[in-house]
Design a protein around this ligand. Sequence first.
Ligand code: CO8
Length: 258
Amino acid sequence: MEYQNIIVETKDKVGVITLNRPKALNALNDQLMDELGHALLAFDQNDEIGCMIITGSEKAFAAGADIAAMADYNYMDAYKGNYVTKNWEHILRVRKPVIAAVAGYALGGGCELTMMCDFIIAADNAKFGQPEIKLATLPGCGGTQRLPRAISKSKAMDLCLTARLMDANEAERAGLVSRVVPLDKLMEETLAAATTIASMSLPVVMMIKDAVNRSFESGLTEGVHYERRLFHASFGTHDQREGMKAFLEKRPANFQNK
Ligand code: CO8
């Protein structure tokens, strides 16, 4: 697939996808979301890749769904066209970790996209929000569901109902963001995190992602049971034996992703 709206690169074992519609502050249209889904799934199937990053520009990660593209939609366009579901959720099928490296605006669908990534590293100029209410619509790609889980019901209601934006420090305090870094260090820090993850045993990385995500979908007892099964399964890997042996022999582990 030839990409018009994203830039796709590999840096060692890390796949980097840069949203690239600068004139529209990376507003997310169907074409961009098709390309993003394609690139994510291609990296997921690429044995050389251990982690992915989605980023935008210094001014905007993404300022939301493309308002110009959806302004004339009627109910049937949205419902029969399966708007959002048809191409916004490919990221949920990706089994390797995806980090959002966010500078500038992450609004509406842009904020929802960051929340579908596994964790968020924010530049100190990042701004998060769900301002759809100003357009007389609502978050349509999980914002009303993922935001309260990430930052509490009270803050989620505040953001969704008043449309106010939350800066990077507030987002970190609230738990949406794992860390805040200076803007000029955003890619360096995110790449370092992604490279660290990519140096681990891939099947175990995937098990951890799977287990943490299960905590959002199940009760505690069921979630711990699921974790325990994966923990036991890790003892069936070559890499578990290598990792523990290397520790005892005081040498770096040589993981083989099996
Ligand atoms: N859609 C389309 N174009 C946009 C968008 C957008 N979301 N955001 C910015 N642009 C365009 C502007 O129209 C402008 O284009 P032009 O130069 O041709 O006039 C260009 O980007 C630059 O924008 P501004 O001049 O407005 O830049 P400012 O720095 O003055 O302001 C803001 C930046 C505050 C980010 C402002 O652009 C803004 O408020 N944007 C809209 C934010 C918004 O409402 N986002 C929510 C969109 S709705 C949504 O996401 C629904 C999600 C539903 C689920 C997902 C469905 C796909």
